[in-house]
Design a protein around this ligand. Sequence first.
Ligand SMILES: Nc1ncnc2c1ncn2[C@@H]1O[C@H](COP(=O)(O)OP(=O)(O)OP(=O)(O)O)[C@@H](O)[C@H]1O
Length: 284
Amino acid sequence: MALLEIKNLTVTFDTVSGPLKAVDNISLHVDRGEVLAIVGESGSGKSVSMLAVMGLLPWTATVTADYIRFDGKDILNLKPAERRKIIGKEIGMIFQEPIASLNPCFTIGFQIEETLKQHTNLDRAGRRKRTIELLHMVGIPQPEERLRSFPHQMSGGQCQRVMIAMALACNPKLLIADEPTTALDVTIQKQILDLLVNLQMETGMAMILITHDMGVVAETADRVAVQYKGRRVEEADVLSLFEAPKHPYTRALLSALPEKATGDRLPSISDFYFEDEVLKGETA
Ligand SMILES: Nc1ncnc2c1ncn2[C@@H]1O[C@H](COP(=O)(O)OP(=O)(O)OP(=O)(O)O)[C@@H](O)[C@H]1O
């Protein structure tokens, strides 16, 4: 049995200019301990589909699916209180903008301890001990002192480490990482990615990694789902996808990798395919 199974997920937003279908009938699954990468252009519904799993979309969103099963339970139809017991405890999520994801008014120690208060029976001393352990685990130096820091006193990379600590606080079975390195400096991106990969291997949790970067996919994922215009256009294990991409959009993504450059500039997707050709590939 897969850890997470999504069947025919559709998300439509009510907007002033009418309904906007951000996710169109997407199905996917992630097994225990597996790393699934979701790749696709900006606006292809990657984040929205994962926010739908977390139940974090605004009221303007209508979410329908045959089911969203986590560990055998259909979380789509759970009562909000029941769903909150799973979200944040068994499924953790980290986002693109770590500084914006943290509350600027509270210390990072307080914010991690609040997560533990919500989801565990640990007493105050136990929560403090676990918070220090988590900060140590994500590579924050002098964790006992850093507990008292506010987000603005830390760098973007350190804030992302704190977000990772918070997401892992209750030993989740699944971590959803939504472009976790996009907002960071290039040198820090590699450190955060290595941290995530190491933590995933150490803990054995499953991970869904949303990214634009096929280089990141090659380094981290077991399987890849490619999204284009709200639809899933291809899914394959990493080796097969890199060796024999089937969809024109996937081929275009791979052609844009730096190592594929032959002239003095990188090829861009429009150099290869016109929009209608990419869409035609959806039925291929
Ligand atoms: N709250 C909202 N109200 C209306 N439309 C929204 C809302 N949130 C997202 N959308 C729209 O849904 C579509 C999918 O957005 P989503 O953020 O999932 O894309 P994405 O693939 O994650 O892109 P990116 O890589 O840029 O994060 C976009 O057209 C976006 O504008």
